[in-house]
Design a protein around this ligand. Structure first.
Ligand code: CUA
Length: 175
């Protein structure tokens, strides 16, 4: 589905670019005074630049409001804290289960190289991720809405058995 949309957008973009080339070729035999085109082009460039500045400043401010992103994650007093450590090539989870609806705070670390900590649902859809970085503890808060068995996969190539770095996290139904 997404690939079809991407394919269609690509085709449409190619058609637009081809049309622009066609227009340029069609008009290339016409001779016009260069300075007139230049001054029109410069005036458009100035307007475009001012519009970008005018839009860019508030948009930049707006996208930075939530920084640092992790600080606003909901935890609640009944959150489960899970220390997750990456090793070449396995995950060690101090706790590997939680209840649905309960916030889980993963404290992600590594014992050796950088790993990627990715949580997947049963249909292998990525739900949340962070990095396991030497010397840091990265906090990832996630609330599982559905009971089930979730997979934790490594998202950063970390050596020959990188693909085997998998762990399970079980979410039980809420009482
Ligand atoms: Cu750990 Cu890839």
């Amino acid at each position: 589905m997404y690939q079809e949309v991407a394919w269609f957008i690509s085709l449409a973009s190619i058609a637009v670019i081809a049309a622009v080339f066609g227009l340029v070729i069609a008009g290339s035999s016409k001779r016009i005074d260069y300075r007139e085109i230049q001054s029109r082009g410069y005036s458009w460039r100035k307007r475009l630049f001012l519009a970008l500045v005018a839009a860019g400043i508030p948009i930049t401010g707006w996208t930075l409001v939530d920084l640092p992103y992790g600080a606003h994650q909901e935890q609640g007093p009944d959150a489960v804290h899970v220390k997750a450590t990456g090793y070449q090539w396995y995950w060690k989870l101090e706790t590997s289960s939680a209840k649905a609806g309960q916030a889980v705070v993963f404290h992600v670390e590594t014992a050796d190289v950088t790993h990627g900590f990715g949580i997947y649902d049963e249909s292998m859809r990525l739900l949340a991720q962070t990095q396991a970085m030497p010397g840091y503890t990265n906090k990832l808060v996630y609330t599982f809405d559905q009971p089930g068995t979730y997979q934790i996969l490594c998202l950063e190539y970390c050596g020959v058995a990188h693909h085997q770095m998998m762990a399970e996290f079980t979410v039980e139904a809420a009482n």
